[in-house]
Design a protein around this ligand. Structure first.
Ligand code: ASP
Length: 402
């Protein structure tokens, strides 16, 4: 796409997002009528994910050549992701201690929400187990991306060791990757309408602006704490980007289409194709794009980690539990791991929060208080998740050997 075409598309997507907010706000439930347009866009994106991830990871890894190089790049990627996720939790904890959004709030619910009621037994071993699946096709059918990535990584690593006979296989996946990226470019033209419809219909489902405002103000300080934390973390990521990569403001602008898509879809996995496309256009080394971004969309969730820490502390404050330094250390570790374990789909963070709550013996009923505003905060934390992945690609690009 030309630079001018990009600019026009970015403005169109921005107009779609703003238009979606206004029409959902003022026309409320009437906007449910356009919901199918959003679903169409979302499903089209999802349709590309499995072949795109398989092709991108295999082509990305094999283009690095030697497995030892992959080990180094992979290690640094995981290190960057883990460090920034931990930083996000730390910011969340500082803010929630300063603002104390839960103090004085009456506990609003006493039932465990349906969404998490069957998840009460999830723990760390489940995160490890989710890396593999008994059946690759079943994983693909259920959109479980982590086992697909793990398989592709090992497949590609093995492919680099078998010499000449593997060459056509590598060429096949290189080609498949190019085709998928082309499809994504075409799909991007649907984004303005798709994002408009997704936002308008979701706000409509919440009953329009007034009803939504009433929901939000009942836990207003909690929302302020989450949003402020996310904003500060996004700024810090920008600082890290400026310091450790060759990119800056122009990169943020290039990634804007992906960030707006994240806001519209509340899913980093569904946004992944567009994140990759924007990063390629921003000139990021293709090997970093193909390897770092798919991994990031599934395991790197800075926004989710920050949100989980704030939410758990909020529940503790509202219920009158005091969380000392030991408890907060436990929250720090478990929120980081729970975010890694969360899938890149809407509300995944709400579900893995069970791990954090259980670790510090807080009642799961507390999640009931957060439900009504979760879809709203989800959009912001997903945007920060995708921004975190994007900065990762720009930074890791520098450590990939030629
Ligand atoms: N919706 C988020 C994402 O896809 C995950 C979450 O925090 O719920 O990145």
């Amino acid at each position: 796409m030309s630079l001018q075409g990009n600019n026009a598309l970015l403005w169109a997507i921005l107009a779609g997002a703003v238009g979606g907010i206004f029409s959902g706000w003022y026309f409320g439930e009437a906007m449910l009528a356009v919901g199918w347009l959003g679903t169409l866009f979302l499903n089209a994106l999802k349709m590309t994910i499995v072949p795109l991830i398989v092709a991108a990871v295999i082509s990305g890894v094999t283009s690095m050549g030697d497995i030892r190089k992959l080990g180094r790049v992979g290690g640094l990627t995981i290190l960057y992701y883990a460090a920034t996720t931990a930083l996000a939790v730390l910011i969340g904890l500082v803010i929630v201690n300063l603002i104390q959004p839960g103090s004085g709030i009456a506990e609003l619910s006493n039932v465990v929400p349906e969404k998490v009621s069957d998840k009460t037994g999830i723990g760390f071993t489940d995160i490890i187990l989710s890396l593999v699946h008994t059946n690759l096709l079943a994983a693909a059918a259920e959109n479980l991306l982590l086992p697909i990535i793990v398989f592709s990584l090992f497949f590609a690593a093995a492919l680099t060791t078998i010499g000449e006979i593997g060459a056509p296989v590598i060429r096949f996946f290189d080609g498949l990757n190019e085709v998928m990226m082309k499809l994504v470019i075409w799909l991007m033209y649907l984004a303005p309408v798709g994002i408009f419809a997704l936002i308008a219909a979701r706000l409509g489902a919440a009953g329009g602006g007034q009803a939504f405002w009433n929901e939000i103000t009942s836990v207003g300080w909690y929302c302020v704490a989450v949003l402020l934390g996310l904003f500060i973390h996004a700024l810090l990521l920008f600082g890290i980007l400026r310091m450790f990569s060759n990119h800056g403001m122009a990169y943020l602008k290039q990634m804007m289409r992906a960030l707006l898509t994240a806001f519209g879809t509340a899913s980093s996995s569904a946004t992944l194709p567009i994140t990759m496309e924007c990063a390629v256009e921003a000139g990021i080394d293709k090997r970093a794009v193909k390897f770092v971004l798919p991994l990031g969309a599934t395991v790197n969730m800075d926004g989710t980690a920050l949100y989980e820490a704030v939410a758990v502390m909020f529940i503790a404050q509202a219920d009158g539990y005091s969380m000392g330094i030991t408890e907060q250390m436990i929250i720090f570790v478990t929120a980081t791991l729970a975010a890694i374990g969360a899938a890149g789909i809407p509300s995944a963070g709400l579900v893995t929060m069970v791990i954090v709550l259980t670790a510090v013996n807080l009642p799961l009923e507390g999640i009931g208080m957060l439900l009504a505003v979760d879809w709203f905060l989800d959009r912001f934390r997903t945007t920060v998740n995708v921004w975190g992945d994007s900065t990762g690609a720009a930074i890791i690009e520098r450590v990939i050997p030629d």
